[in-house]
Design a protein around this ligand. Structure first.
Ligand SMILES: NC(=O)c1ccc[n+]([C@@H]2O[C@H](COP(=O)([O-])OP(=O)(O)OC[C@H]3O[C@@H](n4cnc5c(N)ncnc54)[C@H](O)[C@@H]3O)[C@@H](O)[C@H]2O)c1
Length: 127
């Protein structure tokens, strides 16, 4: 059986780095990106040489790169985010990161590639 390819943003973060352990074990192919602003390469270092994992240091706001990497993937799991904006320098860039994949350009891309499915978790609420 041909295993599906999953594109994961924020792959070096807490959820992404654990998720790829599970998905690689199940035989999925993973293309993961992270700008390493918060996540760490150490979180995914044990998978960097895995034949079914490709990692790119990239920013989700670089839409052309995102489209190029995601175009043949059946699933997109969007985890790139700043969970606690108050702990980072505030800017529109950081503020928009969570929602960047919900813009018109992405919606058009998803419509054109109807095999692509988007999973975008709700941001965790601050206590
Ligand atoms: N951890 C939880 O318990 C939890 C619960 C519910 C929802 N969520 C949501 O799931 C998502 C991921 O959570 P997490 O705990 O893995 O967060 P995390 O902070 O550990 O990981 C987020 C990753 O995104 C990367 N990133 C940030 N901005 C980026 C950008 N512009 N381009 C590329 N990469 C970028 C960071 O470097 C980091 O590695 C968030 O939206 C979070 O709100 C988390």
């Amino acid at each position: 059986m041909n295993m599906k390819t999953v594109f994961i943003t924020g792959v070096a973060g807490m959820i992404g780095s654990h998720l790829i352990d599970d998905l690689l074990q199940k035989g999925y192919k993973i293309i993961g990106i992270d700008n390493l602003s918060y996540g760490k390469l150490e979180n995914i270092s044990h998978n960097l040489s895995h034949p079914n994992f490709q990692f790119y240091k990239a920013d989700v706001c670089d839409f052309d790169t995102m489209k190029l990497l995601a175009k043949d993937c059946e699933w997109i799991i969007h985890l790139a985010a700043y969970k606690k904006i108050a702990e980072k320098d505030f800017s529109m860039h950081t503020f928009q990161t969570n929602g960047i994949l919900l813009n018109d350009e992405w919606c058009d891309f998803l419509k054109e590639n109807n095999t692509v499915n988007l999973v975008d978790p709700q941001p965790a609420k601050e206590e």
